[in-house]
Ligand binder design. Structure first.
Ligand code: ADP
Ligand code: GLC
Length: 471
């Protein structure tokens, strides 16, 4: 089968969060299963772009409302990612340093989608499956089915994967002219509560919807930022497929970001040496358990709970632990995390920003990973952490629930709590200290989590099966 993945992110080309990781891995594993999976994404000004060679494969142009854009599709020459990578260059619109966060993101991603559909409409053949990811590609199925110039693509089966239903890409109806010459009888497919809603539109138009864990699939019917009824109504075509992790990229035995490398056999010494690097750099005490957090500092990640939970833990548990945080996002949380540095010297430190290398070092050198997320469709951090022998402390939600079993339960290995409250986080830290204080048990838990299989093989096959059912 030939599968075209359409996404705003793809690691290592451009990544903001887990969407990038998934789109950088799933196509590779689908190719290994004997299929032809390709990725098309916007051409941002990233390091990857300048460090690789590309060929021009197509040039075209399209109108978007009163704008007229020329676009170029370029293809990475060596196939080094394990799949064909195509980038869409729309001069001045997509070629920026960041992926998101511009005032004209609506125009940027709408134009990206038109360019992809326009390009695809000129292929001599049809792909077997068009697989769109999140709202930045959510209008593609509508355009293939209801834009008059692209209707010859209408029969191509489409799949939507929802990585996070919190973000939907809504735009006002005043922007409906951006979508090229469409059948206005179909306006209801674009609409959700008097706005054009690309995520809702994709749910209505595609043959199959997947999301990234079974529990999140169920949660979406009661918590999906206003789309709950839609998910209830469309539940017949929705499936949960848990993400995997790319074990070529995330392997402590060969990871070039960490020093030294280690395996399950020498995890004790290997992790300690990696912890020393962190403790030296961030002025922390290597003899204490190290708790980390890595991620976007936003409400859904419950990053706002961390400052108080860290204070309470340090003060009420006699400073028996260290904390090290990496992330960026909400300005208030960033400010609090910066501010705490001077008050908790030797107990806490943080790095505000995005740093791929440091994230690997943290997974390798830490003892516990905190993930108090209010919403977590899948979550990759907890799986990376476990592969690097770091015990996850997670809220009982979404993919966290599907990947972490509390060590108090049969077969358990992690720490799970129910409420996104400071109390539940600090109580879990207390439980972690108890676990850490029993070296034999702790060692056994590390060995168990490093053995767990979160590889993509199983999930990649599930996607193929799903495609086959709609081909
Ligand atoms: P989400 O996609 O919701 O942000 P995931 O757990 O699926 O959450 O994936 C997050 C990914 O982004 C992981 O690869 C994590 O290591 C990475 N990440 C998040 N924040 C940072 C950061 N500040 N620096 C480096 N990597 C980060
Ligand atoms: C989203 C979700 C995260 C998931 C990732 C990859 O960003 O927030 O939970 O792991 O997508 O699917």
């Amino acid at each position: 089968m030939e599968i075209l993945h359409i996404s705003a992110e793809c690691y290592p080309v451009a990544k903001v969060g887990g969407l990038g990781d998934v789109v950088g891995a799933l196509p590779k594993y689908q190719n290994q299963l004997g299929h032809i999976a390709k990725v098309v994404m916007p051409m941002y000004r990233t390091k990857f772009l300048y460090e690789h060679d590309f060929d021009i494969v197509h040039k075209g142009s399209f109108g978007m409302g009163t704008y007229w854009f020329n676009y170029t599709i370029i293809k990475e020459r060596t196939n080094k990612l394990g799949f064909d990578l195509y980038l869409v260059d729309i001069n001045g619109l997509l070629d920026r340093e960041s992926v998101y966060g511009y005032g004209d993101d609506t125009e940027r991603f709408t134009a990206f989608q038109i360019a992809v559909v326009d390009w695809m409409s000129q292929w001599q053949h049809r792909p077997d499956i068009v697989h769109v990811h999140d709202h930045q590609a959510g209008l593609v199925p509508f355009m293939m089915q209801h834009c008059l110039g692209y209707r010859h693509l209408a029969a191509v089966p489409t799949v939507l994967t929802i990585h996070n239903a919190q973000y939907q890409g809504q735009m006002g109806w005043d922007k409906s002219g951006y979508i090229p010459n469409w059948d206005t009888w179909e306006w209801g497919k674009l609409d959700w509560r008097n706005n054009i809603n690309p995520l809702a539109c994709a749910v209505k138009c595609v043959r199959q919807v997947t999301t990234v864990s079974q529990t999140y699939l169920e949660e979406m019917r009661s918590n999906a930022n206003g789309l709950e009824n839609l998910f209830e109504y469309e539940k017949g075509k929705c499936t949960g497929i848990l993400n995997g992790i790319d074990t070529d990229v995330w392997d402590p035995a060969v990871d070039t970001y960490i020093d030294p490398n280690f395996t399950k056999k020498d995890a004790g010494l290997g992790k300690l040496a990696n912890k020393k690097v962190l403790c030296d750099e961030f002025n922390l005490d290597i003899s204490k358990p190290l708790f980390i957090f890595i991620g976007r500092l936003v409400h859904e990640k419950a990053a706002d709970l961390l400052p108080q939970a860290i204070y309470d833990s340090v003060y009420h548990m006699e400073g028996k632990m260290n904390f090290l945080l990496l992330g960026s996002g909400d300005a208030n949380v960033e400010w609090e995390l910066e501010n705490m540095k001077s008050q908790l010297v030797g107990y806490y430190n943080s790095k505000i920003g995005y740093n791929e290398k440091l994230s690997h070092q943290l997974y390798a050198g830490a003892d516990f990973l905190l993930m108090p997320s209010r919403v977590e469709p899948c979550g990759l951090n907890q799986m990376y952490a476990m592969r690097y022998g770091t015990v996850p402390i997670v809220r009982n939600t979404g993919g966290l629930r599907d990947t972490v079993i509390d060590f108090g339960d049969p077969g358990g290995y992690g720490i799970r709590f129910n409420d996104a409250t400071v109390w539940d986080v600090t109580y879990s830290i207390h439980r972690a200290l108890e676990m850490y204080s029993q070296p034999e048990i702790f060692k056994e838990i590390i060995a168990t989590i490093m053995e767990l299989d979160f590889s993509w093989e199983t999930s990649a096959k599930k996607y193929i099966k799903l495609y086959e059912s709609i081909k």
